[in-house]
Design a protein around this ligand. Structure first.
Ligand SMILES: [Zn+2]
Length: 131
């Protein structure tokens, strides 16, 4: 006997493929774009420059390098967070749970999804998280 695993609280409403496909394509493109950006970021990181390890004389240059490194690290972290978020949204599409808030299980407002297609929580939970 074939047993289907079904969650009790899983909402029945889900987005039709016509809507999900463009979103999935958009998100997949974003993943590619962000991954490329991340690679470019690391190329720009002055700490990746092997010469600087030997050259310790100029403290001014060092400070600028520190700044550059901090900036690259911050941007990389931001890019990483977005990547994780987008991949999570893509996984939700695959699972047929896209548009469902992962915190309260309610449907996420479509207006919100239009602006932030990678979001996985509803506006109410977002507000709760921020406050
Ligand atoms: Zn919610």
């Amino acid at each position: 006997m074939a047993k289907k695993s079904r969650q009790a609280n899983k909402p029945i409403i889900s987005f039709p493929k016509v809507i999900l496909m463009p979103i999935a394509n958009f998100l997949a493109r974003e993943v590619k774009r962000l991954e490329e950006r991340k690679q470019n970021l690391f190329k720009r990181d002055p700490f990746k420059d092997a010469d600087r390890i030997v050259d310790n004389a100029a403290s001014d240059t060092d400070a600028a390098e520190q700044d550059g490194h901090a900036q690259v690290t911050a941007m990389a972290r931001h890019t990483d967070r977005r990547l994780i978020q987008i991949k999570k949204a893509l996984a939700k599409i695959r699972l047929g749970q896209y548009g469902v808030c992962e915190r309260c299980g309610q449907m996420i407002d479509t207006d919100r999804l239009m602006v932030m297609p990678e979001t996985t929580i509803c506006v109410h939970c977002e507000q709760k998280k921020e406050s």
